[in-house]
Design a protein around this ligand. Structure first.
Ligand SMILES: [Zn+2]
Length: 113
């Protein structure tokens, strides 16, 4: 399931409109939700009319297929170790990074003669 880009618009029904979800008639003067699907490559627009409740139900149904996000926050989850262990870990990380970033002496060899 992929997310499709579309624009939605709430408006009053200016005439009788058929809901795309439940195929029932929306009478004049009732709120209608119109979904515009635009294809920028081929330059056409599709319009679908819904009851506001029907649209919500349909989108919630599609959301059921998409797995929920597991973590609510970005980044690494917090460690579940004690403060002393954490300090030891940090010390070890610093020691490793020092040895990794230590600059090696480079020698420029020039050809003589
Ligand atoms: Zn409907």
């Amino acid at each position: 399931m992929s997310y499709k880009k579309f624009k939605i618009e709430y408006r009053w029904a200016e005439q009788k409109i058929i809901c795309k979800h439940c195929d029932s008639v929306i009478p004049m003067g009732k709120p209608v939700l119109t979904r515009h699907v635009y294809n920028p490559k081929q330059k056409w627009t599709l319009r679908f009319n819904y009851h506001p409740e029907c649209f919500t139900n349909e989108q919630l149904f599609y959301l059921g297929d998409i797995p929920k996000p597991i973590r609510m926050h970005r980044g690494r989850p917090a460690l579940t170790i004690s403060v002393e262990d954490r300090l030891d870990r940090r010390r070890e990380q610093k020691r490793r990074s020092y040895h990794l970033t230590k600059k090696k002496k480079c020698v420029i060899i020039t050809r003589e003669g």
